[in-house]
Each structure stands twice: as structure tokens, then as C-alpha cells.
Design a binder for this molecule. Structure first.
Ligand code: C5P
Length: 214
């Protein structure tokens, strides 16, 4: 992948409720970070746009830290064009419509505050239909049911070349864990990979990307 540029999103996003509270999810960033590192090992110039994670940023990768989905979108769009984009981040679908700029106080006798949510931008869908669309756009689909069908629908809707679907039901241990079992869904059909470490998924995916761009 020498001479190729790649953007990878990774981790969760944090959507503020007020200055001290946020909405988040269990994504660790392990799979996204591993993919960024694997692409870099094959010679790509990689920008990793990471939500808040506790794992270290890979070496040989330019890492941009963001917190909210809107910040992640701006960071990604601002770095186009690129040859490859892989959207691994578990972006929050919703944010609080009007986050409070002061800490919401609990007052004796008051009813609990109601949180009004609004939809976040879909970064993959935006890039999949962008005038500067990368040559290869790959998304992930974390599902807990009907993994294949949901993945196929997403391929179309988001303008992706491939959707990598994985089952994140709690019993799989995938979300936050070290292993992953994925299905690669493209217009050519579905390819199921065996259960393996997230680093191995990353290496195989990077090799496949290199082959596709060769
Ligand atoms: O629709 P869903 O969230 O399941 O789609 C998952 C894919 O879309 C992932 O690749 C994820 O990174 C991306 N996505 C995104 N922006 C969003 C929601 C999802 O880039 N707001």
C-alpha cells in the first residue's frame, strides 16, 4: 500500500449531556486501531480518527482524537481525499439535542430530567456518497440479530463497497474483547471468516485491501 492514503475511524463517541455527563457505548477501539496499524505496516499513510479510548494510539499512524460524532465527521471529511476509508467506530446514533452548558442539578422533589435526543450525522453514509469518495469505502456493522441481512441493506444505503458484519451480542464477547468473528458482505456475496484475534482480522483485511487496490 505504499503511496496510498487511508482514513480509519475507531472507538466510541461520547455525546455530552452536560459538562460532566455523556452517552457512550462499550467500544474499546481495539479493532479499529488494529486495522489502522495493519494498513500502516503495509505501507499506507494512515490517519486514525479515534473517539475516547484507553488503548494506546498505534505507532506509524497519525492519530486525531475526537469526542463527539460531529467532531469525528469533521475530522474525517477534512482529511479527504483518501484512497481507502474504513469506518470501524461505534458512532453514537443519537446525541442530546441541547446539551446543558451547566451541570444539571438534582433538586429535592424535582422529576428526573427528560433527555431529548436527535440523530447524529452518519459519517460512513456521508463519505460513501461524497464527491471526494475514496476508491475503497468499508464499513462495519455491529448487530445483535439478522447480521447478514442487515449488513446487505447497509451496503446499499451507505454507499459502501463492503460491510464487515459482526455479532456483538453480549455472549460473543466481541464488544470490548480481543477476538472477532466477521462476515464480509459485498456485491460479490458473503464471505465468513472464522473466529480470530482482532489483530489477525486486521492483517487479513489489510492484505485484502492491498489486493483490491493493486
Ligand atoms: O448504521 P450502523 O451504525 O449500524 O452502521 C455501522 C457503520 O456505519 C460503521 O461502519 C460505523 O462506523 C458507521 N457509522 C458512521 N456514522 C454514524 C453511524 C455509523 O460512520 N453516525
Amino acid at each position: 500500500l505504499a503511496g496510498k492514503t487511508a482514513i480509519v475511524t475507531s472507538g466510541p463517541t461520547h455525546e455530552p449531556i452536560d459538562p460532566v455527563r455523556y452517552i457512550a457505548n462499550r467500544s474499546s477501539g481495539r479493532q479499529g486501531h488494529a486495522i489502522a496499524a495493519a494498513l500502516a505496516r503495509l505501507g499506507a499513510k494512515v490517519t486514525l480518527v479515534s473517539g475516547p479510548v484507553t488503548i494506546p494510539a498505534p505507532t506509524d499512524v497519525t492519530t486525531v482524537h475526537v469526542e463527539r460524532a460531529e467532531e469525528m465527521r469533521d475530522a474525517v471529511i477534512g482529511r479527504l481525499p483518501a484512497d481507502i476509508a474504513v469506518f470501524v467506530a461505534a458512532v453514537a446514533d443519537w446525541r442530546v439535542a441541547t446539551a446543558s452548558d451547566q451541570k444539571i442539578k438534582k433538586q429535592p422533589g424535582d422529576a428526573p430530567p427528560a433527555l431529548m435526543l436527535t440523530e447524529n450525522p452518519d459519517i460512513l453514509k456521508t463519505v460513501g456518497h461524497h464527491e471526494k469518495r475514496p476508491t475503497l469505502v468499508i464499513g462495519f456493522a455491529a448487530e445483535t440479530q439478522d447480521v447478514e441481512n442487515n449488513g446487505r441493506a447497509k451496503l446499499e444505503r451507505k454507499g459502501a463497497d463492503m460491510i464487515i458484519a459482526n455479532d456483538v451480542s453480549p455472549e460473543t464477547g466481541v464488544m470490548g474483547g480481543l477476538r472477532n468473528q466477521v462476515k464480509l458482505i459485498s456485491k460479490d456475496g458473503v464471505e465468513a471468516w472464522p473466529d480470530m484475534g482482532k489483530d489477525e482480522v486486521a492483517d487479513r483485511l489489510a492484505a485484502m485491501i492491498a489486493e483490491k487496490l493493486a
